[in-house]
Design a protein around this ligand. Structure first.
Ligand SMILES: NC(=O)c1ccc[n+]([C@@H]2O[C@H](COP(=O)([O-])OP(=O)(O)OC[C@H]3O[C@@H](n4cnc5c(N)ncnc54)[C@H](O)[C@@H]3O)[C@@H](O)[C@H]2O)c1
Length: 359
């Protein structure tokens, strides 16, 4: 019999096309009166529309969010928030923008309303990240969990197909590792399977028609569930590898997840029968790693780490870093097995279950 402890994180979700207009009501509901709206430079127009809807409750717009939350950007945003007397933030964007909101929450305790526009899922987690002198530190703190999340599928129709596909695969990676997490529960299992199923079914429809609102809503609902299980469980080899590859070689986040996931699953699923069964159900294929690899290829995702800019000579360093600190994984990890997996991912070969390592 399976024993478990399940602790639900607080989450308030408003979901639906056009719901970005509800951000003002959410800000009011939280008792915030002067919020700083955050976005990347590329999403300033949509952030300004949200800001306009906030009327007098908007203290200003900070359009300076960048990937991996550099400390100097967080410093700038904090100074701006303090200078304007802001009592909260509204983060309109993907994981980079939500991450900036979390950094401000971490330092100043300001409440964050997240309006996600990718499928990264950061809005559902208490995990923060800050990059200083080229090194990204991460941590968990309930204070950074957004107090309210507004999902509006209309805001995601502008996400290019290429980014939609890799961002969706990033979400599937959260679900996959949640299914074999040491702290998985029957409830996180249900959320992970439905989250992955919803995204995998939506991506081909989005690729065929990026303006398909039903498909966008399915993907966003899936991203919500995948983000929630990322926040509720402990991630394993896949997330560890992607963190090392992103930090050491500057590889792009969602693209790296997309390339690496099938290889890690080919290695891990033989040792994780419950996760294998859940993913089989979600993906609708007997060979889940190969099906995910082929889905990415069919929809134009990058195939190899080489294509993403990783030098072949970096494999040894990545192996060293991955083995340097212990972390949960359903299958014992050796230098040989990680190197073999990385060589396949680097070359862009299809995932093969025959890597070495004990089950
Ligand atoms: N803390 C967590 O729980 C967590 C979870 C997932 C990701 N992350 C972090 O989030 C970052 C990656 O986030 P991401 O993959 O969402 O990418 P991102 O936020 O960096 O966005 C990628 C690009 O897409 C643009 N964009 C976003 N939404 C758009 C839209 N709807 N239309 C057009 N353009 C749009 C952005 O302006 C940006 O240029 C990484 O730093 C990663 O570590 C953190």
């Amino acid at each position: 019999m399976r024993e478990f402890v399940h602790e639900a994180l607080p989450m308030r979700v408003t979901f639906g096309p056009g719901r970005a207009a509800a951000v003002a009501a959410e800000v009011e509901h939280l008792g915030l009166s002067r919020v700083l709206v955050l976005c990347t430079p590329g999403q300033e127009a949509v952030a300004r529309r949200v800001a306009d809807g906030l009327g007098a409750r908007c203290a200003g717009v900070f359009p300076g969010a960048v990937m991996h939350v550099p400390a100097e950007v967080a410093d700038d945003a904090c100074r701006r928030a303090a200078g304007l007397g802001a009592d909260g933030c509204v983060a309109v964007g993907g994981g980079s923008t939500v991450g900036l909101g979390k950094a401000i929450a971490l330092r100043h305790g300001l409440g964050v309303v997240a309006v996600p526009t990718t499928y990264a899922g950061s809005e559902m987690t208490p995990i923060w990240g800050l990059t200083e002198d080229g090194v990204k530190r991460t941590g968990r703190d309930p204070a950074v969990l957004p107090r309210s999340v507004v999902y509006d599928p209309e805001l995601t129709t502008s996400l290019p197909v290429g980014l939609s596909v890799v961002s969706g695969m990033n979400a599937v990676a959260h679900a996959a590792e949640a299914l074999y997490a040491p702290d998985a529960t029957p409830v996180t299992d249900l959320m992970a399977v439905e989250g992955a199923r919803s995204i995998v079914a939506a991506l081909p429809r989005i690729a065929a028609n990026p303006a398909d609102l039903d498909a966008r809503a399915d993907a966003l609902r899936g991203a919500w569930l995948c983000g929630a299980v990322l926040g509720a469980t402990t991630m394993s080899l896949h997330h560890k590898l992607c963190h090392v590859l992103g930090g050491t070689f500057g590889l792009p986040h969602a693209e790296t997840h997309t390339v690496v996931l099938p290889h890690v699953l080919a290695f891990n699923l033989p040792a994780a029968p419950r996760a294998a069964a859940g993913l089989h159900q979600a993906v609708g294929a007997a060979d889940v790693p190969r099906a995910l690899h082929e889905l990415g290829q069919r929809l134009g995702a990058p195939r190899s780490l080489r294509q993403l800019g990783m030098p072949a000579s970096g494999i040894d360093e990545a192996v060293r870093q991955v083995l340097a600190a212990p972390y949960a994984n359903p299958r014992g990890v050796t230098a040989e097995s990680v190197a073999s997996l990385l060589e396949a991912a680097h070359a862009g070969r299809p995932p093969a279950p025959d890597v070495t390592g004990s089950l």
